[in-house]
Design a protein around this ligand. Structure first.
Ligand SMILES: CC(C)(COP(=O)(O)OP(=O)(O)OC[C@H]1O[C@@H](n2cnc3c(N)ncnc32)[C@H](O)[C@@H]1OP(=O)(O)O)[C@@H](O)C(=O)NCCC(=O)NCCS
Length: 172
């Protein structure tokens, strides 16, 4: 398998934005828990992606792009906090690997890279949330995260199908 790499990106050009949009749309339509329930179109995802990229372009947040032979196969975003009392940690959002490449260890490569980027910013720990009922918290547990709480029923994926939002943290 060709080596996959993670690079921190603070300037997102149009070709990269198109790759991110295609990835997020495909991940969502494959049932991934990244802010949507299927079916979605690129038009549904685009405004949410653009809000995410606003934070990256502002310099506060960092996009971590997972690529293989120059092709984007996944990404995540590190979000910093503005308040002066919370500059020592950050939140990870929208962790995803393209559905055609899941289950091959690339999620671990992506998160190892995310942790490296966060360490280079001087952060001491990371926080993220996972959608209950997906089993994805086990992925994070294997990477050193521990559950610190959950908001019962915070995520309504459909009428009558409310899921917990699980908070996890990991020291860096
Ligand atoms: C979650 C996701 C990023 C994991 O990436 P991946 O490339 O499939 O994961 P890996 O192959 O690197 O798996 C790493 C380890 O986690 C485990 N794992 C991965 N996904 C898992 C899941 N959903 N449930 C339980 N364990 C899981 C793997 O078995 C593997 O275990 P090992 O270390 O014992 O071998 C990917 O499946 C994805 O993009 N899912 C859709 C989007 C999503 O739901 N993101 C989570 C947002 S909170």
């Amino acid at each position: 398998m060709p080596a996959a790499v993670v690079r921190p990106v603070t300037a997102v050009d149009d070709p990269l934005r198109a790759e991110l949009l295609a990835c997020w749309t495909d991940v969502s339509n494959a049932g991934g828990a990244v802010g949507f329930v299927p079916p979605v179109t690129p038009e549904d995802v685009a405004p949410v992606l653009d809000r995410l990229l606003d934070g990256v372009r502002s310099g506060r947040d960092v996009l971590c792009v997972l690529s293989e032979e120059g092709r984007t196969v996944g990404f995540a975003v590190l979000v910093g906090l503005a308040g002066p009392l919370r500059r020592h940690w950050g939140t990870v959002l929208r962790v995803q690997v393209h559905p055609s490449r899941q289950g091959e260890g690339l999620g671990r490569v992506l998160m190892d890279g995310v942790h490296e980027v966060a360490r280079s910013r001087g952060w001491e720990f990371l926080h993220l949330t996972a959608r209950g009922g997906t089993g994805v918290e086990e992925f994070y547990r294997r990477l050193g995260y521990r559950e610190v709480g959950r908001v019962p029923g915070a995520i309504r994926v459909a009428p009558g199908d409310d899921r917990d939002e699980i908070s996890l943290v990991r020291p860096l």
